[in-house]
Design a protein around this ligand. Structure first.
Ligand SMILES: NC(=O)c1ccc[n+]([C@@H]2O[C@H](COP(=O)([O-])OP(=O)(O)OC[C@H]3O[C@@H](n4cnc5c(N)ncnc54)[C@H](O)[C@@H]3O)[C@@H](O)[C@H]2O)c1
Length: 313
């Protein structure tokens, strides 16, 4: 496999690139170090990859990269570059989301149209496309109605992937990740904030009553699904990737207490616009087509993230 990983300096992208290298692939990582969170964190994500002879890093936006050159003998594209996070996607920041999530995807798909060696393009979509109006567990054929501008941009890019598949035969596969966590998790994400606060003896801010639920996915399980999608995902299809660990945020705090040996202190803020109330993935399609079976239970995964975070604080 000769792979291009966009967003390779990020949380999931760097973990994926390491897995591809371990599996024997040649990997080009592309990332422009957006300022959504600090660059040194992303450089640390890349540290072990940068020393590997089968890994090459290119610092550029997707839009400005020499895509014909990068894709010339590429067999697989993993498109993870995006502006993440639902809460910041309102207001004037929306432009950052349309540029990095929609326009970048369109530019990449246009370039991929012209390359005959491409076997799969795996696009990292999100459970955020569903919104609050679908029945549980969420199925891929439900009508998506995002409740955040971020979700709108992820859905638009997913639709672009489908368009380029149906019109030009580009072999796109989209994965709707459900809240990914584990070592290297972004500093704005819930578990990272909760574990950091607990480790440092600070209060945890929870938005809403804590009875909202999430289907949490350990990063190595998300990465395994992503590799499987590249090898045997059906072009044009969309798959839910959820860890099967659906719990309330209040239950997460109990686990954090057990894992850390400390009692989390909680302060409550109002629920935030753009946050979904519940997520819960029906993963039967990913099981059938990709052989997807998440292997890391939630408390073990939280312990792994806590151990990692303790080492970098
Ligand atoms: N983390 C999750 O729980 C989750 C859930 C659903 C979907 N996703 C999706 O998975 C992908 C990876 O998420 P993450 O949590 O690792 O985020 P991340 O912010 O850690 O990684 C994204 C990377 O993309 C880079 N980037 C952004 N725009 C770019 C552009 N135009 N050109 C080049 N690089 C660019 C950023 O610098 C960053 O390093 C994203 O597409 C995200 O929308 C993540």
């Amino acid at each position: 496999m000769k792979a291009l990983v966009t967003g390779a300096a990020g949380f999931i992208g760097s973990t994926l690139a390491e897995r591809l290298i371990a599996d024997g692939a040649d990997v080009v990582g592309l990332d422009c170090f957006t300022d959504y969170y600090p660059r040194p964190i992303k450089e640390r994500n890349l540290a072990s990859l940068a020393r590997h002879p089968r890994f090459r890093f290119v610092e550029s936006t997707v839009q400005q990269a020499d895509l014909p050159g990068l894709l010339s003998d590429c067999t697989h594209i993993f498109h993870l570059a995006a502006q993440a996070g639902v809460r910041k996607s309102w207001g004037t920041d929306f432009a950052v989301y349309t540029v990095n999530n929609i326009e970048a995807t369109q530019v990449l798909l246009e370039a991929a149209c012209r390359v005959r060696t491409i076997e799969r393009i795996v696009y990292s979509s999100s459970s955020s496309v569903y919104g609050d109006n679908v029945s549980m567990p969420m199925r891929e054929d439900a009508l998506p109605q995002p409740v955040s501008p971020y979700g709108v941009t992820k859905l638009a890019a997913e639709q672009l992937c489908y368009l380029y598949h149906s019109n030009y035969g580009v072999p796109t596969v989209s994965l709707r990740y459900f809240t990914v966590y584990g070592p290297r998790q972004r500093p704005d994400m819930g578990f990272h904030r909760f574990l950091r606060a607990t480790a440092q003896g600070d209060a945890i801010t929870v938005y809403g009553d804590g009875e909202q639920t999430r289907d949490f996915t350990f990063v190595h399980d998300a990465v395994s699904a992503t590799v499987a999608a590249a090898l045997r995902g059906v072009p044009g299809r969309v798959y839910n990737i959820g860890g099967g660990s659906r719990v309330t945020i209040n239950q997460v705090f109990e686990m954090i207490g057990r894992v850390s040996g400390k009692t989390p202190r909680i302060t409550v803020d109002p629920a935030q616009k753009g946050d979904m109330r519940h997520t819960y993935a029906d993963t039967s399609l990913a099981q059938a087509d990709l052989g997807f079976h998440p292997s890391v239970g939630l408390e073990d995964g939280i312990a792994a993230e806590y151990e990692w975070l303790s080492g970098v604080l």
